[in-house]
Ligand binder design. Structure first.
Ligand SMILES: [Zn+2]
Ligand SMILES: [Zn+2]
Length: 338
């Protein structure tokens, strides 16, 4: 089968690789759609921390935001999974340690992450093997594009929930990238008034086209924010989130900067603010699928273009993709030519 392989920083090519077989407890999926995200770009540039910590090494097969149809099942897997459209949890905990047994497999010290960590090949290929325990079935109203947006959506749903929003609350989201915009959509669905802060005019214009108010830092409106969510990669913004939030409010940290981003915990205590960190979509996947299926949130406008495997290298390199729309997300259909 064909798969995109990153062999070294800046080097990505499509290769013929052995098709996966369904091992015991696993399934093989025909991949229909895969999202490319900031983590994938960090691997492509060589900046991703896991490369330096020994959790990942080249050559790598990326892709963790996917939807597809189960084609084959291994020993011990209910054959009823065959032909179902599914998406899968990126995080694959060991299922035996204390954290896993307490339901926190997404922070298992020995976890694999599909297309990210522990040598588990990702979804930028015609087929993908994953443990059946990672699967979530997609209802008929969730098409492949929506299915591939469940993984980033699960992160965003958790960030919006962590902000504890009630109808009429006002939330500020720092960073109008995919996660920031998805979080904005879930916050709006919770009844909150949403404002986004960014710095490039096209990203702010796109946020406004989705019905949000958006501004640059100097133009930030002087109004109370009941919650502030940092979905950026700027090291100074977590402290600014704490400065901007209303006393007794909430700050949520889902963005990751390339260097330590420090906050003064005296400010946290003196303002009586609750701070929450979010890693991974795992505990939010089922609720995200339900929100998409019910039409409460429709993130498909975020997809700028859907292209074939041969364009993965161009997408990872941030090259101009002809015909692409203004959204921040690129999707790959591994069966599409060009
Ligand atoms: Zn991702
Ligand atoms: Zn574990």
């Amino acid at each position: 089968m064909r798969a995109a392989v990153v062999t070294a920083p800046g080097e990505c090519s499509v290769r013929e690789v052995p098709a996966p077989r369904a091992a015991a407890g696993e399934v093989v999926v025909d991949v229909e759609r895969v999202g490319v995200c900031g983590t994938d770009v960090e691997f492509f540039t060589g900046e991703m921390a896991y490369l330096h910590e020994g959790h990942a090494r080249f050559p790598m097969r990326l892709g963790h935001e996917w939807a597809g149809v189960v084609r084959a099942v291994g020993d011990g897997v209910d054959p009823a999974w065959r032909d179902r459209r599914v998406m899968g949890d990126t995080m694959l905990g060991c299922r035996a340690c204390r954290r896993c047994l307490r339901g926190h497999q997404h922070v298992c010290a020995d976890r694999q992450e599909v297309g990210i960590r522990g040598g588990r090949p990702g979804a930028l290929a015609e087929q993908l093997a994953v443990p059946v325990t990672a699967l979530h079935e997609l209802p008929g109203t969730v098409d492949p594009a929506l299915g591939a947006l469940v993984e980033p959506g699960g992160n965003a749903l958790r960030a919006a929930r962590a902000a504890g929003l009630a109808p009429g609350d006002r939330v500020l989201i720092l960073g109008p990238g995919t996660i920031g915009l998805l979080t904005a959509m879930f916050a709006r669905a919770a009844g909150a008034e949403v404002h986004l802060m960014g710095h490039t005019p096209p990203s702010l214009a796109f946020a406004r086209s989705l019905g949000f108010t958006a501004s640059t830092e100097p133009d930030l409106p002087d109004v109370p924010f009941d919650a502030v969510i940092d979905a950026s990669n700027a090291a100074y913004l977590p402290a600014m989130a704490l400065d901007l939030v209303e006393p007794a409010g909430r700050v949520v940290y889902i963005g990751l900067a390339g260097s330590p981003s420090l906050i003064d915990t005296r400010r946290l205590a003196l303002k009586d603010v609750t701070a929450v960190g979010v890693l991974s979509a795992s505990p939010g996947l089922a609720a995200t699928i339900a929100a998409y299926a019910a039409g409460h949130v429709d993130p498909r406008p975020l997809v700028a273009a859907t292209v074939g495997l041969d364009r993965v290298g161009a997408v990872l390199a941030g090259a101009h993709i002809p015909g692409a729309g203004p959204g921040p997300k690129f999707h790959i259909d591994p069966r599409r030519a060009g």
